[in-house]
Design a protein around this ligand. Structure first.
Ligand SMILES: Nc1ncnc2c1ncn2[C@@H]1O[C@H](COP(=O)(O)OP(=O)(O)OP(=O)(O)O)[C@@H](O)[C@H]1O
Ligand SMILES: [Mg+2]
Length: 641
């Protein structure tokens, strides 16, 4: 049976009848309000249903419902006090004392006492209620609109098809079994599987839940975040070909871009056993990398043309270099000058020209017929024989700036200039650049510093060609519904950030342009691993940061965001608040758990999240599901083979 047929057959069952099963009975409530129910259970009933773990779903069925049935959905939180508890404890202790030393076996209890001892109280959270609307359709409301005396309810533990119906129940119009459903895993309550014997209860997620939405994956390392991401990518890739419809129109092919910091989606790896994403969807996948590699396109930048971005990359590659002159070089300001301010523009052009001279000195291949143009000064142009106003080669620019630095302290032009104008001819930034170019700490001194040679390793990231930039190419692929994997595994975090910032900005701009132009856009899903390295910090509510903008405005542009990290607390509240899908696995400390506990009813899972470290054991809240379902996620490689 296909997933669709299976789910459809499930949907035809009658929850209100099927939930009431003699052998699934676990107890009777003695307290009930809008958010909590407490019930009396006993060892016999618990045993019969295979035990009750924390987090187990229970249903409380209203006994006298008639035509208007109601089922309250509950989640077990833990034990609760019974009024008789203190008496029971007292007599239990008494019993132990009496038997201490004596040879009587501990089970020699009179039957009345034994009966008393086996009762216990359970506290449950009320998750909502199932009811029938006027047309007889089963609906779920995330609350209860009324409560009768607790004695009117009987509580059962749903299993099998009934539980499957409950955990896969979809809000609103979407019927389970629609196109795009993926079996993502099976219900799992506890790390211990002692009682798990019975058949697995599958959990499905519809790929529409991810489109244009924000999806978070939180958990410590090696707990199955990437595995889950792969399941999401697969479901998304299969959605459009399935012929699924949105608002009555077929879904356009969905673009997916994966920022692969560890190279695990783009390359073969042991853990996926030959099922890395690029292999499965090879026809639709284009891989990009930072450095040349067979099978990959390379993302390169024209450093001569793209001054700001190129400089940003140099800056991130030099960030650990503490030499003072290097720091000064890295702090050169590229804020464009006010075009009305002539002197500022002239100075900006000189800085830029000197920078291009440095690139040439460091062996960055220049674009064809490349000329540098800026306003010189006749006192310099004369001795050098070079007038840069007319456009000069980079080598001539090197000569020109080198002459300036060599003579900066000795030529009267510079001292006269200072005297007359009250400021130096070269600003601090230009001086830093000339020092970097000539490798001379002092004007006219010896070339003793490394200077421009520090940039040589970055030549690999440069291209002299003026073809379509990689950003435009990537945007085109995504618009055509392809999968793009950006292999960032060869870059340091600074470089990774530069590349992902640039791509995200390009994608966001394209989306904005289409939105304003009232053009239809397909969905683009963006995947980020180790998101704490890229995303703005918690304190950072700066909306100019591209990830904040995508989180806040992405929905209207049809941009979806899927991010994985172990540091929940480092993600800005702006992003978290706008996150609809949550996959949370083991977290080992209170700071992170506190953050998660703020959202939905994750506070119910704090204990179990801290304790259980199982791979792929995830508490999942999706957009179309009203409550969290604890799931064991399928292993991606197993689904494939
Ligand atoms: N649902 C699962 N069932 C069984 N094994 C799994 C499951 N999910 C992941 N694993 C295994 O656990 C290991 C780690 O998984 P994964 O790479 O998805 O973790 P991660 O949370 O992304 O870790 P990291 O933070 O290091 O990237 C892998 O070897 C994978 O095969
Ligand atoms: Mg991972």
């Amino acid at each position: 049976m296909s997933i669709t047929e299976h789910l459809k057959s499930l949907a035809t069952g009658d929850l209100f009848k099927d939930a009431v099963a003699e052998d699934a009975f676990v107890g009777r409530p003695f307290y009930f309000d809008f958010s909590r129910m407490k019930l009396l259970s006993n060892d016999h009933w618990k045993e019969k249903v295979g035990g009750i773990a924390a987090g187990t779903f229970l249903v409380a069925v209203y006994d006298n419902a008639g035509d208007n049935p109601e089922i309250v959905l509950l989640r077990v939180l833990g034990p609760t006090m019974l009024p008789s508890d203190s008496d029971v404890v007292a007599s239990m202790v008494e019993h132990y004392k009496e038997n201490a030393g004596a040879d009587t076996a501990a089970d020699k209890l009179d039957s009345y006492t034994r009966f008393e001892f086996q009762f216990s109280g359970l506290e449950c959270r009320v998750l909502g209620s199932f009811y029938k609307d006027l047309s007889g359709k089963t609906c779920f409301g995330a609350d209860v609109d009324n409560f009768y005396g607790p004695n009117n309810y009987s509580v059962y533990r749903p299993t099998g098809p009934v539980l499957e119906y409950i955990v896969n129940f979809r809000d609103g119009e979407a019927i389970p079994g629609g196109k795009g459903d993926q079996r993502i895993g099976a219900v799992r309550y506890a790390s211990s599987r002692r009682h798990a014997g019975a058949a697995e209860v599958p959990v499905y997620v519809n790929a529409f839940d991810y489109l244009g939405k924000r999806t978070a994956l939180f958990g410590m390392t090696r707990t199955g975040k990437s595995n889950t991401v792969k399941m999401v990518i697969k479901a998304t890739a299969e959605l459009a070909p399935s012929g699924a419809q949105l608002d009555g129109k077929p879904v356009k092919p969905i673009g997916q871009i994966i920022f692969d910091v560890n190279g695990e989606y783009a390359n073969d790896n042991q853990q996926d056993e030959g099922t890395a994403i690029y292999q499965l969807h090879s026809a639709d996948v284009t891989r990009y990398s930072i450095l040349d590699k067979p099978g990959f396109k390379v993302m390169k930048l024209n450093f001569f043309e793209d001054v700001v971005a190129g400089f940003e990359m140099l800056r991130s590659s030099l960030q650990d270099d503490k030499a003072i002159y290097t720091q000064a070089f890295m702090n050169v300001d590229w804020e464009p000058a006010d075009p009305m301010d002539k002197s500022a523009s002239t100075r900006f052009d000189r800085r830029k020209s000197c920078y291009q001279a440095i690139l040439t000195a460091a062996g960055f291949a220049r674009p064809q017929n490349f000329k540098i143009k800026f306003t010189g000064a006749k006192e310099i142009n004369g001795p050098t024989g070079i007038d840069p106003k007319l456009g000069v080669t980079p080598e001539q620019a090197i000569t020109w700036f080198t002459w300036v630095w060599n003579n900066y302290d000795s030529d009267p032009f510079f001292s006269n200039y200072k005297q007359k104008r009250g400021r130096e001819w070269a600003d601090e930034d230009l001086k830093s650049l000339m020092r970097f170019l000539t490798r001379k700490a002092k004007p006219g001194g010896q070339a003793t510093e490394a200077g421009f040679r520090k940039l040589i390793p970055m030549r690999d990231h440069h291209t002299a060609t003026l073809q379509q930039s990689y950003e435009e190419e990537v945007v085109d692929l995504l618009r055509a519904g392809k999968i793009v994997i950006i292999d960032l595994s060869q870059g340091d975090p600074g470089l990774q950030r530069t590349y992902s910032d640039r791509l995200c900005i390009a994608i966001f701009r394209d989306g904005m342009k289409r939105f304003i132009g009232n053009q239809e856009s397909n969905f683009i899903q963006m995947y980020f691993e180790e998101a704490h390295n890229l995303f703005p910090k918690k304190s950072d509510s700066d909306l100019t940061v591209i990830y904040n903008r995508i989180a806040k405005e992405g929905a209207k542009l049809n941009l979806g965001l899927i991010y994985a990290t172990q540091e929940v607390s480092s993600i800005s509240a702006n992003v978290l608040k706008n996150t609809q899908n949550w996959f949370v696995s083991h977290l080992n400390n209170n700071d992170e758990l506190r953050e998660v506990a703020k959202y939905y009813d994750f506070e119910d899972f704090v204990e179990s999240l801290r304790r259980t470290t199982d791979k792929g054991f995830i508490r999942m809240k999706t957009y179309s599901n009203a409550f969290i379902v604890p799931v064991q996620i399928e292993r991606f490689s197993a689904v494939q083979s």
